[in-house]
Design a protein around this ligand. Structure first.
Ligand code: AMP
Length: 187
């Protein structure tokens, strides 16, 4: 089973991904975590992206697409993919379609965790204290939200007519969101 978790920064995609990893023995594909690892490990990619990441700007499609291609094309990961933070633009969504097609896979569920801006700001303030992410500073966070509205939200049009697309109220408690996800995937 392959799943996309879609939503603004702070929507709870990471939390629900971790639940799904256990539930379906899946693999969380968090492009944000992968990129943070590149920075932590001081790789060439890490050195290229550090400023943009800390400013809340997108990393280039070329870099992100290459990272996910390696994972999707590994037969060990087939039908275990849980996307958290990818795709984030129409061009990434199209790239994902091609990669899945090439590996004889499809997306079984797309969950859109819908959260309003005020809730996101409150959540990110808490996450800043817990995780100390540089891109969770308020101004950077607001940039990330703007980028979501301009570049990522249009991806909804790409997926919303898909019969596997489900919108979930992301302001609900974590357990309630999990329960709603379960009602779809347990069928
Ligand atoms: P996240 O942990 O998903 O909130 O991502 C943190 C940051 O990583 C984003 O603000 C971007 O700078 C970068 N990033 C993560 N995923 C992508 C992506 N799919 N495309 C471009 N940049 C990304």
């Amino acid at each position: 089973m392959n799943i996309i978790l879609f939503g603004p920064p702070g929507a709870g995609k990471g939390t629900q991904s971790k639940y799904l990893v256990k539930k379906i023995n899946g693999l969380q594909i968090s492009t944000g975590d992968m990129l943070r690892d590149e920075i932590k490990n001081e790789t060439d990619i890490g050195k290229t992206i550090i400023n943009d990441m800390n400013d809340g700007k997108f990393v280039s499609d070329e870099i992100v697409n290459k990272l996910i291609k390696n994972i999707i094309s590994n037969p060990k990961n087939k039908d275990k993919l849980i996307f958290d933070g990818y795709p984030r633009s129409i061009s990434q969504a199209k790239n994902l379609d091609i990669l899945l097609n090439d590996t004889n896979q499809k997306i079984d569920f797309i969950f859109f965790l819908n959260v309003n801006k005020d809730t996101i700001i409150e959540r990110i303030k808490k996450r800043k204290i817990l995780e100390n992410r540089l891109d969770d500073e308020l101004n950077t966070m607001l940039n990330r939200y703007d980028t979501y509205i301009k570049t990522t939200k249009p991806v909804l049009n790409f997926y919303s007519k898909n019969p596997n697309f489900h919108e979930i109220d992301g302001t609900l408690e974590i357990d309630e969101i999990t329960r709603k996800i379960d009602t779809f995937i347990n069928v």
